[in-house]
Design a protein around this ligand. Sequence first.
Ligand code: AQP
Length: 351
Amino acid sequence: PPRVLSGIQPTGNLHLGNYLGAIRKFVAMQDEMPCLFCVVDLHAITAKLVQDDLANQTRSIAAAYLAAGIDPERSVIFNQSRVSGHSELAWIFNCVARIGWMNRMTQFKDKAGKDRENASLGLLAYPSLMAADILVYRATHVPVGDDQKQHLELTRDIAIKFNNDFSQRIAASGLGREIPMGEEVVNGYFPITDPIIEGPATRVMSLKDGSKKMSKSDPSDLSRINLTDDAEAIARKVKKAKTDPDALPSETAGLAGRPEADNLVGIYAALAGTTRDEVLRQFGGQQFSAFKPALVDLAVESLGPVTAEMRRLLDDPGHIDAVLKSGGEKANAIASETIKDVKDIIGMLRD
Ligand code: AQP
């Protein structure tokens, strides 16, 4: 059956890219199918082991989920480390995946930098844990930003290899099911997950440099709009955002070769729930001096209520903690069934 899983790392302030590329899509997916959304605290320690206040960072992502409109009655909200199935399945996937697959991951190359020998083993194995996050719930759909595409392809490769390598045992155990794979349907255990990467803001770029994605780790705070920014900060950052001297084009094709303009139009379209074409029908021919204030108003109007609700929720962490605890129990009920099945398929003795 269809099911959504996605997550965000508790590694710093959430920004507009996380909001438009991920959180807003999570909210929309709730109307389509059952959803689980986690705060991936085990992922957070891969790049930097000792995190500042991991507990409160975790609460703050959960607060963003709730404030944006994820309903804990309908969707399961929890933090990853609470459900041991993620780590257990990740270990098994470490033995399914090949080192060469991990070495090819661009995120690993970026985050490890030049001194790769000194990166944590966890950073290299990050995509294997991510595959486990998804497949421990046999999730079929994963809404993410464009930067996660390669990791999702690897999740598919792990599922395919597991299904192939254990095909006879899966058939013999009776745990197999029909798995749609492209045009074909095969007998297997893990589904082949579909990434959901669509809309005008799958890759929100830095406000200072249209060739870099907006990111939590950019040293310049002016490069991003944080979910905690107030109206004044949003106005200042948009005003300072890099642009070019030309007016806005009247068609999307006119944005080619103008990455900063393309980015701001994409952000406007995503916030307004429309397309770049529609935005350009409205603003084509106008200067950025006219477009930027409209973008500020829209951003403040969309983000303001989310920020205010996040603050309110974080004033009383008791509610957030209760949501995460109850979500963890619900998630664990699903994950532990998968772990039992996987142990049976592999042939491990268990209670
Ligand atoms: N710029 C972005 N545009 C669209 N989507 C984005 N996402 C991240 N940046 C953008 C999406 O947000 C979700 C959470 O990602 P994560 O917790 O893995 O964080 P990240 O990708 O590590 O976020 P940052 O800000 O890019 O952190 P650093 O600076 O550490 O690299 C994912 O769905 C991601 O696609």
